[in-house]
Each structure stands twice: as C-alpha cells, then as structure tokens.
Design a protein around this ligand. Sequence first.
Ligand SMILES: Cc1cc2nc3c(=O)[nH]c(=O)nc-3n(C[C@H](O)[C@H](O)[C@H](O)COP(=O)(O)O)c2cc1C
Length: 316
Amino acid sequence: MFEHNSLCQLLQIRYPIIQGGMVWVSGWKLASAVSNAGGLGVIGAGSMTPDLLMEHIQQCKLATRLPFGVNIPLIYKYSEEFVNICVQQKVPVVITSAGNPKTYTEILKREGIKVIHVVSSTLFAQKAEQAGVDAVVAEGFEAGGHNGREETTTMVLVPSVVRAISIPVVAAGGIATGCQMLAALVLGAAGVQIGTRFIVAKESSAHENFKKLVVEGKEGDTLLCLKKIVPTRLFKNQLFNRIAQKENEGATSEELKLLIGEYKPRLGMFEGDVENGMIEVGQNISLINKTQTAQEIVDELIDEFQKVSKNLTNLK
Ligand SMILES: Cc1cc2nc3c(=O)[nH]c(=O)nc-3n(C[C@H](O)[C@H](O)[C@H](O)COP(=O)(O)O)c2cc1C
C-alpha cells in the first residue's frame, strides 16, 4: 500500500500521514514516535528557544532513524535561527507556516532539505509552488490553532488547491479518522496532516488536563476568534469568553494582544490551566474519545482507511 504515493516517495515514509507541528504539544517524543509508526513526526518549534530546538532535534535523532520534520512558524522571533539549526543538523523535512515561503525555501532546498509550506487559500498555494516548495499543506477552517481569514473548509480548499498546482497537496483540518483520511485522498490530496488527534497521544507534551478536555470535548466546543490579530480556533473556556466579550465591545488589536499575552498558550496547553490559558484545538475534538500511543493512532487510521476503502464498492 502507498508504494506509488507521491508524498510517501517525497518524504521516504510508509504512510502518507504527517503529524502537524504543534506548539507546546509536539516535541521529540511525539515526533519520533509518529515517525517510528510510519508517518512523518514533526517537532513544533514555535514554542521553543533555539537551544531547546537543538536539544529536541538531537533527541529525535537518537529515538528514530526514520525521517522527521521541524515546523517553523515564520512569524516567530527565532525563525531565522531555527532555519540555520535545521540546516546545520541536516533535518530531513522543514514545514514552514504563517509567513512568506520565499524567505527560506531556497536556502533549505540547497541543503537537500524537503520543504513544505502550510496554506489556507488557493492563491497562497500557487505562491508557495512558485517559491519552489516541494509540497503544500492545504489547511481548512476546521483545524486547531491558527487559521485562514477566509474560513474556507477543507472540503472546498483541498480540491481547489489540487486543481491549481502540480506539486503534492496534503490535506489538513478536521481529519481524525481513517475514513476522513480516505475522503481527503479521494479529493485529490496525496496525504494528510493531523494535529488535534495527536494531542491525546501518550507521547505528546500536552498537559493531562488538556488531553482530558480533548477526550471529553463535544461538537461546538471550539470557535474561531481573534480575527483582528491572527484568526485562531480555540476551546471555549473562560479565557475564550473574555476574548469574545472584548471583541464584541470592539477592542483594538493592541487590547486583544494585551489580554492574551505571550504566556497564555503555555498556561493552557502545557501547564494545564484549561480555563484561564489558551487552548488551541480543532473541530474534530468531538471525534476523539480516548488517549492512545502514537503507534496505536497511526495503526487505527490505516486500519480504518483500508476497511473503508474495501467497502466503497457497496456504495455503488
Ligand atoms: C495545539 C495546536 C498547536 C498548533 N501549533 C502549530 C504550529 O506551531 N505551527 C503550525 O504550522 N501549525 C500548528 N497547528 C496546526 C497543526 O499543525 C495542524 O495543521 C492542524 O492541527 C490540523 O488540523 P486538526 O487540528 O483538525 O487535525 C497547531 C494545532 C494545534 C491543535
């Protein structure tokens, strides 16, 4: 299975599953476990210092011989240092997001690093292809964390991006099961990037309170907010209510920035204050009801993918 899959060939992985880089959640333990399970594990550098990233890359190399990646949000203050670290450490794959893919793609590719860029619109996908990236992640409105301004859903975004560019497209946003993965491939994606489902992996560094929230979460528990700063899908907790109230009162970007502060994502996702901290999570929270190891998650995705694809003939 997947021998002819363009994403598997590009990244030298067994299954076309990328574990999305996630601030405060995906360190070397999760990344190496996903890579060992046959997907591409990704270290989320967006909450790290350069020293810490270096340590995570070195630990990841010790824990897996298989390819892994580093996610660099380009708006982050250390992005240039992170690029240099990835080059120096010969990280196999870099996934960039939240910024201009032109900035570092050439430098990374010159060093033999595969570059993937995350986009939320067809126009940005075309620009990423022009910038020379190897693949794009087309991330729809359902996704946890930072999101597109235009609120395009994965169902609409993926086929539109597939039509517009000729490099592999990875679908993201709202994918938590094997049948959703199959649906994404039917829409023309070469693979999937999954975030929220991996929060509950035993190897993730999400606080246990955060994992419990995801396991118990229901449909409608997340909403997009902060469109004035960076549109972000958050869990509806006390902090969310304070943000929503401020937004309704017409708060400026500066006032909103002050309210969320730099510390709130760490407080919620890493330290476990799930009421006063920021909880980035996707709509598919309602489909996740247990914690598992990364290996169990990947196995279950593939198992369901295979079963559902066999049963597809019953639809006709
Ligand atoms: C807790 C959390 C943190 C995230 N942090 C990042 C990040 O630092 N950089 C990034 O490019 N995407 C980030 N994302 C997005 C994921 O990489 C992934 O694309 C997204 O979660 C896929 O949608 P899903 O949550 O519906 O599976 C984050 C998502 C979550 C849930």
